[in-house]
Write a protein that binds this ligand. Structure first.
Ligand code: AKG
Ligand code: FE2
Length: 381
């Protein structure tokens, strides 16, 4: 194993994406602002190539802004253009009186409250067509039952093709649907800023690649991810006792462009160059990882890394349930994703790369079908 890989765990990247989300000081020379953004793009690219995973923080005006506030502020701001000066204004504001928002954000407490209902009440919203509530053991990875319960929400769209698109599942008389929609709106923006920074870095750095003429920072805006599908998955993983580990979610890769995970406790592990790394947990960090569609789009240069979630007796508060909010930023539902925009020239010449394409909706449907595949025992037994 190359020496550079040996201390991979200690080099797990934590990236400040503040410069992408805020224009910064209006009095500052715009060249410095752009240079800072390019630097973030390069850091994101290096992280995606080497780990396929990284954690993000948002610092504005030397202050670390909690993700709940970032997401809420991006949701409130209806401007579509970049740069966005909203967060800069927020950081200048006296926040001693608390959050500016009227409490519409999606918090762990909301998720916990939903899962704390009686089993029969949750079962009333059981999953249909990929959306809705799943009991512990109903989600299956690699033929094994995952030890978590979850609710899946999909981007609300009209059902037009008999596919997985549909309105939200009905999940009971509370405002979780509304909170999910708001969270998704803010997270979609964050996903878009990060993807743009990544594509910009690729164009500058990938001199050894064949880059299609239409490959610009805007390429994802229309047919590929102009109207991105999303899945928001609320997950409750029971704690473990001193008897041993509990696999909340088995080894897998994610399907789409980028995944964002915000969780109450540690448990996420990734496999990098054959080594298993515990993703450092920090309550203010959001974990981000590359999905299979982004790996395909970049001709495998960005990695959809295998990961799992395991509750370990050695982790702090291991007996407590772990709540996670996983936001999957996906391509347009109907997008056809191919590797034609970015081709590793040497891999093409040596026969390691060939043209590939998939229709995202077909890919997703097939993946969802596998996730809830039958196993021998009855999950409700
Ligand atoms: O619960 C988590 O932290 C992540 C779960 C996960 O990897 C997934 O749902 O794809
Ligand atoms: Fe995942």
């Amino acid at each position: 194993m190359p020496a550079a890989r040996e201390d991979a765990a200690s080099e797990y990247p934590v990236i400040d994406v503040g410069p992408l989300l805020s224009a910064g000081d209006p009095n500052e020379d715009v060249r410095f602002i752009l240079a800072r953004r390019r630097e973030v793009g390069r850091a994101l690219l290096a992280a995606c190539e080497r780990f396929g995973f990284f954690s993000i923080v948002c610092t504005i005006q030397k202050e670390s802004i909690p993700w709940a506030d970032v997401v809420d502020l991006l949701t409130l701001n209806t401007r579509d253009d970049l740069p966005d000066d909203f967060l800069w204004e927020y950081a200048r504001h006296d926040r001693s009186e608390g959050c500016l928002i009227e409490g519409k954000d999606l918090t762990f407490a909301h998720v916990d409250a939903w899962f704390s209902q009686k089993q029969a009440d949750k079962d009333a919203y059981a999953m249909t067509n990929g959306r809705g509530y799943q009991r512990i053991g109903e989600n299956v990875t690699n033929g094994r039952r995952d030890q978590h319960e979850a609710i899946d929400f999909y981007r609300p769209c009209a059902v037009s093709d008999g596919g997985l698109r549909a309105p939200h599942p009905y999940i009971g008389p509370n405002d979780l649907n509304e909170r999910v929609d708001r969270y998704a709106k803010g997270m979609t923006r964050i996903g878009k800023y990060i993807l743009r920074a990544l594509l910009g870095a690729i164009r500058k750095e990938y001199l050894h690649y064949r880059i299609a003429d239409d490959f610009t920072e805007d390429i994802l805006e229309d047919d590929i991810a102009g109207c991105p599908f999303w899945i928001l998955r609320l997950i409750n993983s029971p704690g473990c006792d001193s008897d041993g580990e509990k696999t909340s979610c088995g080894w897998h890769t994610d399907y789409g462009l980028l995944t964002f995970i915000h969780a109450t406790h540690p448990g996420l592990q990734i496999e990098v160059s054959g080594k298993i790394i515990d993703v450092p947990h920090h309550p203010e960090h959001m974990v981000c990882n590359v999905g299979e569609m982004l790996q395909l789009f970049t001709d495998d240069s960005l990695k959809a890394t295998r990961h799992r979630v395991v509750r370990k007796p050695s982790d702090e508060n291991c007996a407590r349930p772990r709540i996670s909010i996983a936001f999957f930023y996906e391509p347009n539902y109907d997008a056809v994703i191919s590797n034609r925009h970015l081709t590793d020239q040497s891999a093409l010449e040596s026969g390691y790369s060939s043209p590939r394409e998939v229709r995202y909706a077909d890919f997703l449907r097939q993946k969802v079908a596998t996730n809830f595949a039958k196993v021998d025992e009855d999950p409700r037994a």
